[in-house]
Design a protein around this ligand. Structure first.
Ligand code: SF4
Length: 80
C-alpha cells in the first residue's frame, strides 16, 4: 500500500509502550489508526489518511504525547 499523503500520527515513545493508553487509543479512533499490540500502540499506516480530525486520540493520552500532523497543511499539528 502507498504511504499516507495527508496525515501523519506520532505517539511519544514512553506513552506508546503503555498498554492502557494503547488500548484507549485503539478504542476511541473511529477509523482504526491505532492498534494495541503486545508492545503497546502501533500506527496502522494504511488508515492514516482516513483521519477525521476528531481529536479523540488527543483527549485520552497525556497532553502533547500524541501528535496528528496535517501534511497537507505544511505540517500543522491538530489541536495546537
Ligand atoms: S483525530 Fe480522530 S480520527 Fe484522527 S487519529 Fe485521532 S482519533 Fe483517529
Amino acid at each position: 500500500m502507498s504511504a499516507a499523503l495527508f496525515i501523519d500520527v506520532q505517539v511519544k515513545e514512553s506513552v506508546a509502550r503503555d498498554p492502557e493508553i494503547a488500548a484507549k487509543l485503539a478504542e476511541v479512533c473511529p477509523v482504526d489508526i491505532f492498534r494495541a499490540g503486545p508492545g503497546g500502540v502501533e500506527i496502522v499506516q494504511d488508515n492514516l489518511d482516513e483521519c477525521v480530525l476528531c481529536q479523540l486520540c488527543l483527549r485520552v493520552a497525556p497532553a502533547g504525547s500524541v501528535k496528528v500532523i496535517k501534511l497537507y497543511d505544511d505540517g500543522a499539528v491538530l489541536g495546537a
